[in-house]
Design a protein around this ligand. Structure first.
Ligand SMILES: [Zn+2]
Length: 200
């Protein structure tokens, strides 16, 4: 009975889990319009239906996104790109992530891996900490088509789209989206796939 029992005198490191790519699998977002809220959901569904009837291709990348996911994306990008130090990331309740690894290189590498897992490694700016996605009031979608197309606007009128580009950045298409209450991103910077209830 002379064996001493080793007792951990130090508190555990707050039950935090080190950052890394597996965090991208938590606090999942949605790519379905079903997870958008109320009237905006109806508006988006009508706009997408009109685009499809016009022969346009629409691929939805994201709709609703939990605040916790936005937090992870934001800080993974900033630390991974060297815009913030690992210890600069504030804690967020309910997200027990430890951004600070044993070495700075490990911290940055883990953030880079998480950034890649989110598919945001090529973004030129950090994903917003808060956005209309958190409220179910924004959608990211890739839109494309060939040649000139005619699309029905919210008033029921057919609108011919015969200008470039053949993407969600097309001004004629942006106007049609507005008629449905789906507004192209008009804030600072560049966010090509982003549409929302208020253009933010
Ligand atoms: Zn977006």
């Amino acid at each position: 009975m002379g064996n001493s029992v080793s007792v951990r005198l130090q508190p555990r490191i707050q039950d935090k889990e080190l950052s890394g790519p597996s965090w991208a699998g938590k606090f999942k977002g949605s790519d379905s319009t079903r997870d958008l809220s109320g009237n905006f959901r109806l508006a988006v569904d009508k706009f997408i239906l009109a685009m499809k009837e016009a022969g346009m291709r629409v691929a939805i990348n994201a709709t609703y996104r939990p605040v916790k996911r936005s937090y992870l994306m934001h800080w993974a990008w900033r630390i991974g790109k060297g815009k913030a130090r690992p210890e600069d990331a504030p804690a967020l309740g309910g997200v027990d992530i430890e951004w600070v690894h044993e070495t700075v290189a490990q911290s940055v590498n883990a953030a880079k891996e998480l950034m890649a897992a989110f598919g945001i490694a090529t973004l030129g700016t950090s994903p917003a900490l808060r956005s209309q996605h958190n409220l179910g009031l924004a959608i990211d979608m890739s839109i494309s088509w060939n040649g000139a197309v005619s699309i029905r606007d919210a008033a029921g009128d057919m609108v011919k789209i015969d200008t470039m580009p053949h993407s969600g950045m097309n001004r004629q298409l942006i106007k049609v989206g507005e008629s449905y209450g789906v507004k192209k991103y008009g804030g600072s910077g560049h966010d090509a796939p982003h549409w929302s209830n208020n253009g933010r």
